[in-house]
Design a protein around this ligand. Structure first.
Ligand SMILES: Cc1ncc(COP(=O)(O)O)c(C=O)c1O
Length: 398
């Protein structure tokens, strides 16, 4: 008999793994299900990207192994975009690295810096790839709860000194999934300072940097002096260009850190498909034009969602970035129960806060992945459920 590893056993089960099968059943029964669970926008990828891909698929050279070097054109486009977007220069050959989606890089980077038993500081609620990567690499996750009172910021200064001494990596993500919080320059400065003091790799996940509203501009970690010695920054084409399934992102950072991640990846993958890199280069070179409509549409959805939620009796802040609304629940309603009932009784898929770790309990997340009218309809249904929950009509907690 095969026995499984302690690391596999340590991976937490995904809460509400049964949601997709309930959704399928309901659709089969003719229910009009509105899915605002996963962060997967309903907008198609831009035409330019699709057309570039179509011709790339017909180019045999782009069907070869890319290896870690990948398509030089993609690295160059990535470096050009970083320079245009943040005014920062990185060498396309030694300081950028194509990723098969940023999730892959985030999960692998911990292998480059942590020995078994070293600490990896992981935000909670947070993107679960950080925790998974840490566990699979044999690191010891230290869960840093993100709390409303601290603006959902992961404050390294609140972590005990003896933990910081053992820490090799911290995952920091602003604009944040799932809370939609953003980071102030002061916060980033103190985070870089602690990482420098303790030799902690700052894995800065900037997947949502271009999904910003009302004039807010999300910074790069490398705008902070001294960050180049300790940080690697991760970017994704998934959300900004509606390319989630294409699997394309990239990392930037100092030569040694990018070299270490490259070395890890050279043993586990052969880089993103070159044709996808070709299309990604076209996207990055036109980013300003292509992202603007996606951002404007998300802002419309955010506004409609916030108005509808408040009207339906929920409390919610208006986020300045990302593509999520993070909404508190009444104290006696577990988020898993709310999400399951939202689907079963209202035909709406939302993610329970507990899907982002136990510290996410007490909230649920809406992704702005459908148009304003559908979103409003979904929220109206959720409001009906909230009302019934408040009246105690749905007391049969499973
Ligand atoms: C915070 C965060 N980081 C990274 C990713 C991964 O994006 P991808 O692997 O598609 O580039 C996601 C996806 O939802 C995310 O929410």
């Amino acid at each position: 008999m095969i026995t499984f590893s302690d690391r596999l056993a340590a991976l937490p089960g995904y809460p509400l793994a049964e949601l997709p099968s309930i959704k399928r059943r309901l659709i089969g029964e003719g229910v009009d299900v509105i899915d605002i669970g996963p962060g997967d926008n309903d907008a198609p990828p831009p035409d330019l990207v699709v057309e570039t891909m179509v011709s790339a698929v017909r180019t045999p050279a782009l069907s070869k192994y890319g290896f870690q070097q990948g398509l030089p054109e993609f690295r160059q486009a990535a470096a050009r975009w970083v320079e245009r977007r943040f005014g920062l220069r990185f060498d396309p050959v030694t300081e950028t690295l194509p990723l098969i989606g940023s999730k892959e890089g985030l999960a692998h980077v911990v292998f480059a810096v942590a020995n078994p038993g070293d600490v990896a500081i992981v935000p909670e609620p947070g993107y679960q790839a950080y925790l998974g990567g840490a566990i699979l690499a044999g690191a010891e996750p230290y869960i840093a709860p993100l709390q409303l009172e601290q603006g959902f910021l992961l404050e390294l200064e609140r972590i005990p000194e003896h933990v910081l001494r053992r820490a090799k990596i911290v995952f920091v993500n602003y604009p944040n999934n799932p809370t939609a919080a953003v980071a102030t320059p002061d916060y980033l400065e103190r985070t870089v300072a602690v990482c420098r003091r303790h030799g902690i790799l700052l894995a800065y996940d900037n997947a949502y940097c271009d999904l910003t509203f009302d004039g807010y501009r999300a910074p790069s970690i490398f705008e902070i002096p001294g960050a180049r010695d300790v940080a690697v920054e991760f970017f994704s084409l998934s959300k900004s260009f509606s390319m989630t399934g294409w699997r394309l992102g990239f990392a930037v950072g100092g030569k040694e850190l990018i070299g270490a991640l490259t070395r890890v990846k050279s043993y586990v993958d052969t880089g993103p498909w070159l044709a996808v890199q070709k299309a990604g280069a076209a996207a990055l070179d036109q980013a300003e034009v292509l992202v603007a409509p996606i951002r404007a549409e998300l802002a419309r959805r955010r506004d409609a969602g916030v108005v509808a939620l408040r009207g339906a009796g929920f409390e919610v802040d208006t986020p300045e970035a990302a593509m999520y609304l993070w909404i508190p629940l009444p104290a006696d309603v577990p988020s898993g129960v709310f999400a399951r009932r939202a689907l079963e009784e209202a035909g709406v898929v939302v993610l329970p806060g507990s899907a982002f770790g136990p510290a996410g309990e007490g909230y649920f997340r809406i992704a702005l992945t459908v148009g304003a009218a559908r979103l409003t309809e979904a929220v109206t249904r959720l409001g009906g459920l909230l009302e019934r929950l408040r009246r105690g009509e749905l007391a049969s907690t499973p």
